[in-house]
Write a protein that binds this ligand. Structure first.
Ligand code: BJW
Length: 223
């Protein structure tokens, strides 16, 4: 049975990473739509770099939870029949042992040089605008996907969605596209659908929807 799992910020909430749209989701009074855009980066690079520097610092202090571990176990059980796609830019799936993770919104621990188009690991701070180690131009930005930009790996994701038997959405509010439409693509391809989330998401076309903590619902579903 081919399974596509989509995860969002809610799966990392119990590890201590703030979600975007829950009560504590604002950052210095900025909505995600204010800092996660190319326009915000063009207007105030320091503000946006600080937003990601702080999140990188928090990521260094947290660990995966039972939901991440259950998905790593699922990969051990069904191997390539699992297609795990995350909107999250943290690496908690990898830290839990998942080996194939599709980061459709990029990765917090990666930088992208918009001058020479190279990508590189990044664990330090970007706020001091270091030059690119490859081309020497100061044009590094977080390797993440902002509003108005094309998410990564969409061809592979669409293929997986249209050919899966089960689509499972975990810890996402279902308001950000294209991920919010994945449930519709899966239904169009004939797949069954399941939602595991604290509350019913905005895109509630799921055949089954269970409400609760990811750390409880996901291990129970995998077992
Ligand atoms: C728990 C829990 C616990 C809490 N247990 N659950 C109409 C159609 C198509 C596109 C658009 C459209 N209208 C507008 C657009 C464009 C735009 C968009 O969607 N805007 C919306 C605001 C309407 N989309 C884009 O621009 C995207 N690009 C694009 O569309 O390109 C064109 C294209 C067309 C066709 C195909 C392909 C491409 C790009 C979107 C990029 C989003 N980027 C961000 C930032 C990434 C970097 C970073 O992390 O800083 O991605 S914004 C932010 O939102 C981040 C997240 O990945 C994303 C989703 O958030 P998520 O994960 O759902 O978090 P929350 O906080 O919203 O929800 C958490 C949920 O967890 C809640 O439900 C809680 O209840 C739950 N929860 N604790 C279980 N313990």
């Amino acid at each position: 049975m081919k399974v596509v799992v989509l995860t969002g910020a809610g799966i990392s909430a119990e590890s201590g990473l703030a979600t975007f749209r829950d009560a504590d989701g604002l950052w210095e009074n900025h909505r995600p739509e204010d800092v996660a855009t190319p326009e915000a980066f063009a207007e105030d690079r320091a503000l946006v770099q600080r937003f990601y520097d702080e999140r990188r610092a928090v990521l260094a202090r947290v660990a995966p939870n039972a939901a991440h571990r259950a998905l790593a176990e699922l990969e051990n059980l069904i191997g390539d029949d699992l297609f795990l796609v995350t909107q999250n830019i943290d690496d908690l799936h990898e830290q839990a042992g998942s080996r194939r993770v599709h980061h459709m919104h990029g990765e917090l621990r990666a930088a992208w040089c918009v001058s020479c188009d190279s990508r590189m690991p990044w664990t330090g701070t970007l706020a001091d605008e270091p030059p690119c180690p490859r081309c020497g131009v100061a044009a590094l930005r977080p390797d993440v996907v902002w509003f108005g930009e094309m998410p990564y790996g969409m061809d592979d994701i669409h293929r997986a969605l249209f050919t899966c038997d089960l689509f499972v959405s975990i810890g996402t509010s279902g308001v950000v596209y294209p991920a919010a439409a994945f449930v519709d693509y899966a239904i169009a391809g004939g797949s069954d659908t399941l939602e595991l989330n604290l509350e019913r998401a905005a895109n509630s076309d799921f055949r089954v929807s269970r409400q609760g903590l990811a750390s409880e619902l996901v291990p129970a579903w995998v077992a």
